[in-house]
Design a protein. Sequence first.
Length: 262
Amino acid sequence: MQRVNLKADTLDQENRRFSQAVLREPVFLNSVPKSGSHLLRNIVRMFVPVSQQYQRQFVQFANLEEHRDAFNAELPMVSWGHLPFSDESAMDLTGVRKILLVRDPCSWVIARARFFVSDEFSGNLDLLKEGRLSAEELMNLMIFGIYQRAPSLNEIYTHNAIAWLGTGVHLVRYEDLVGHLKRIAAPEAEAYFGALLEACGVALPGDWRERVQVGSDRAQSGTARENLSTATNLEFPAELPATQRALVEVAAPGFRSLLGYD
């Protein structure tokens, strides 16, 4: 079994500093794993009462049966997780506002590799932390998968992203989200976060910038790069090398273009 061990944040306390409007419809923040899930979740949490945040678990297909109450229209809540597109997940999310977070597959490869060798991740892939593989070999494993232990880039993006397109989801690209966070004073940022919150059924309050800045504080995210620890001496590149970029296109042809990455 794979486990993620993260320290608790203090965002529930931060949330209570702000006046919160009642959520009228359930919202699900769906994402490709390692695409900035905690960042998006923490921002949205600043605009929804704590009592309407489904914090029991990241909802995934393996635990969907026990967490269907997260989508109850009679008790609207915001929930989050990694749900692949299927008949079952699509039906369960009927009437739920759906946000879909994706990341450029090229930067995703690096983020996933870095997380797999971190101390915060444990399970049947701990042999990757032994230091016998190079960064390039690890990145290739992220692209093509590990037999019977970790799915390929193609599998993850097909089911967790591509298959959801055209079904009424509000698409959020990680890079756009980060870009507007860096330029939060700009009018474009107000339009961007206004549209995101509107997709969640939440009106943009006057203090939205402060809320966004609190929610996006990297110290509150256990999966932020600087908050991951590892005993290996591997150094991953800031950008995917040319060979691995070509391999991404071989493994998942056309995926980047479909998601808005040129």
